[in-house]
Design a protein around this ligand. Sequence first.
Ligand code: HEC
Length: 148
Amino acid sequence: MIRTVVIVGTLLLGVGVVAAQQDQVAKTQLAMKSNGKNLGAINVMAKGEKPYDQAAVDGALAGLQEVADRFATLFPESIKGLQPDGDYYASPKVWTERANFEAHSAGFAKAVVEAKGKIKNLATLKAEMPALIKVCSNCHETFRVKKG
Ligand code: HEC
């Protein structure tokens, strides 16, 4: 009887851990999608497809900073090897080359802070855009994998 309780308890614990891991994978993906949305919002202004809007720029940069500040914590060891639905997943290198990954995360946070200090109008937005895009693609090159 006691043994059954222990086994069932252990199984439930296992289910709980897997659910928590899937939950983290989904949360991480949501943060990545938010990066895409925020960068996209300022990129269309930089390209002249939408009028420059300082409040929207400030909002997008605040969103990027919010994700940048907790970037490394979005990839705990517990989600290594797990993949979200969608086209991309995190390379195992996120965990095996951790120092490099954290350096990229820190570089992202720094670039956002710098952009916040500089982007005051369309000209400065255009000037800052390449550096921002670069921190995203530099990390993706090594640490993001496309499915298929
Ligand atoms: C330090 C590394 C790093 C930086 C910096 C980074 N990303 Fe990512 N990004 C990843 C990894 C790893 C994944 C794959 C994991 C995932 O999708 O959950 C990813 C996934 C994505 C995805 C796909 C989400 C989906 O639909 O599955 C988008 C969009 C994205 N990133 C946009 C951006 C943008 C825009 C920036 C810059 C503003 C950025 N990322 C900066 C590492 C990074």
